[in-house]
Design a protein around this ligand. Sequence first.
Ligand code: PLP
Length: 403
Amino acid sequence: MTSPHDQVEPTPLTWVEISERALMANARLLQKVAAGSKRSPITCVMVKGNGYGHGLIEASRCFVKAGIDWLGVADIREAQSLRSAGVQAPLYAVCHVAPNQVHAAVKLGLKLTVYDAQTVQAASRAVHDLGRPCHLHLKLETGTNRQGLRHDQALQLAQEILDTPGLVLEGLSTHFADIEDTTDHGFAKQQLARFQAGLNALRDLMSSKGEDPNQLMAHASNSAAVMLWPEVSLDMVRFGIAAYGMWPSKETFLSAQQLGRRPLDLQPAMTWKTVVAQVREVPSGEWVGYGRTFQALRDSKIAILPIGYYDGYDRRFSSRSQVLIGGHKAPIAGRVAMNMVAVDVTDNPTVTQGDEVVLLGSQQAPDGSVSALHAEQLARWIGTINYEVVTRINDRIDRVLKD
Ligand SMILES: Cc1ncc(COP(=O)(O)O)c(C=O)c1O
């Protein structure tokens, strides 16, 4: 027999709160910036990587509500999840959809990035079988050497697409190699010039085949490009990181200043939380955790948190990062384990079991002061980028929309 107690849904020990208000404000701000002085481009927000860790479905719904036109996914699994959740917005896959997944992709109405004949042939079979069109975006190689086709190869594949009934050559895209890595944008400018040459040639080809070249959408801009060069937004922009309230890099921030751009008021949307599982008294001289890498140099108070590298709290945070408890920073004591981590709270005597802990985001102290741990700070501690910090948070952790 089950007791009423058993029927209560256990509360999670760790969860990620997402500010709907922040996501929507960022999306609208970027939409406005991308519009620049010309007609508004289509806005495609990247929700790949579980919405940059913010929750694929949750983030997508916020962006759609904010008026975003398209959602950018990595692959067919993300597209399937969105359609199953009832998200109807146009979906565009920017990474790899294998030829044997193309039939299912066409069924979902997923727009595809193409860079090989096999995918085009699979799309041709799918449109024939299903009697519905497939929208393709050719990827042009301009210097990243990740997915694109060189100029002549792109024109050849375009010809094949244009000659196949049911296939719609909807777009031509490219992706910058280093726009966010540097304040010298010489290479990105070269990429843009190569892209423009490829675009002109493709539009000429379309005209020669009696197709309307203006139907073709050109797109290249990610967050950094939207922020630095809104005047080259072309027909569509594909921004990710900035929609989640983060700058692509400090170089992008500096470049924006150098270019005299008005600073964008981006609002980080994520707060990652857990609770104190246990508070322990550890006498001076004793060790904490695996490998005995932390020794108490005074009689210490150690809080154990039910979170570890399985959850996406990187093992390299060991003895390096901090968390917020009671609105104050407290250092990680020793190694991050798979499901647990210790924090030195000796200087915060009020900490008790069940207290809320912020791993990423901000927290208010009882005196009203607010402390914050930004993704950029966490990234610096472990030698990575904010993109990785937020996307590595385990998908199984609940994303909860706030405000
Ligand atoms: C093809 C493509 N476009 C756009 C983006 C968005 O980039 P960002 O998050 O820097 O705006 C990405 C992200 O990796 C991408 O792969």
